[in-house]
Design a protein around this ligand. Structure first.
Ligand SMILES: Nc1nc2c(ncn2[C@@H]2O[C@H](COP(=O)(O)OP(=O)(O)OP(=O)(O)O)[C@@H](O)[C@H]2O)c(=O)[nH]1
Ligand SMILES: C[C@H](OP(=O)(O)O)C(=O)O
Length: 205
């Protein structure tokens, strides 16, 4: 599952990059989401990708890529939306993946999901070590604790930290600096496109 709130309201910390730019803020947020979803869809360990969203443009884009969508219910923020999404799948094994991972490679996600077999609930921390980019649950409720300091919250809730050589999985694009880190790693085509229009150089993922 990939959560995506309304594009215009999301990723406010990227506003310094998009304010006054030739490309709209929502287009940048959508590009990050599209590349993340495309990588998840290309991962052989992923049976299906569900985007939890109420945003019409996000829903249209991810459906065109091959993902499904689930309504953003009960409209009480990120964690309740993920619980709702997980229940709606009826699946035994579920994972919540950040929507802002444009450098994610399908093989990185496969490696993390393989490692997640080690415990009922596992998580991958972001590059700073404070946030979470992936939370997995097999045979138990997802019990998501995303938000500030979520790595510590997930650890305290009993989830096992997974560590590996997966820079694209760890590089969530919250800030302009993180965008530059992602671009240096190489990004998917949608993010490469908006980066070009923003005037930021990028490599290909
Ligand atoms: N479906 C859904 N997704 C959410 C909700 N709140 C946050 N998200 C998504 O969860 C992810 C992580 O959220 P944050 O890191 O807080 O992102 P953000 O609020 O867009 O970013 P900032 O404004 O810069 O803090 C982003 O992909 C958001 O779109 C929500 O209420 N519903
Ligand atoms: C949702 C949150 O994302 P951040 O805003 O820390 O990237 C998290 O990592 O739990």
């Amino acid at each position: 599952m990939v959560p995506a709130k309304r594009l215009a309201l999301a990723k406010t910390r990227l506003r310094p990059l998009t304010d006054g730019a030739r490309v709209g803020h929502a287009d940048v947020v959508l590009a990050l989401l599209a590349d993340t979803v495309a990588a998840a869809l290309d991962c052989p360990r992923v049976e299906r990708v569900l985007v939890v969203t109420d945003d019409p443009a996000a829903a249209e884009t991810v459906r065109a890529l091959g993902a499904g969508t689930v309504a953003d219910e009960p409209d009480e923020g990120l964690n309740p939306a993920l619980v709702h999404g997980a229940l709606s799948t009826g699946a035994t094994a579920v994972a919540a993946l950040s929507s802002d991972l444009p450098s994610l490679r399908p093989e990185e996600l496969a490696a993390a999901l393989d490692a997640a077999g080690a415990a009922p609930r596992c998580f991958v921390a972001d590059a700073e070590g404070t946030g979470t980019t992936l939370l997995t649950a097999v045979g138990v409720p997802l019990d998501p604790r995303f938000g500030q300091g979520s790595a510590a919250a997930h650890r305290a809730s009993g989830a096992v930290l997974l560590e590996g050589a997966w820079p694209g999985l760890a590089t969530d694009v919250d800030t302009e600096a993180a965008m530059r880190t992602a671009l240096a790693l190489g990004v998917g085509p949608a993010t490469a496109g908006v980066a070009a229009r923003l005037g930021v150089a990028s490599g290909c993922r």
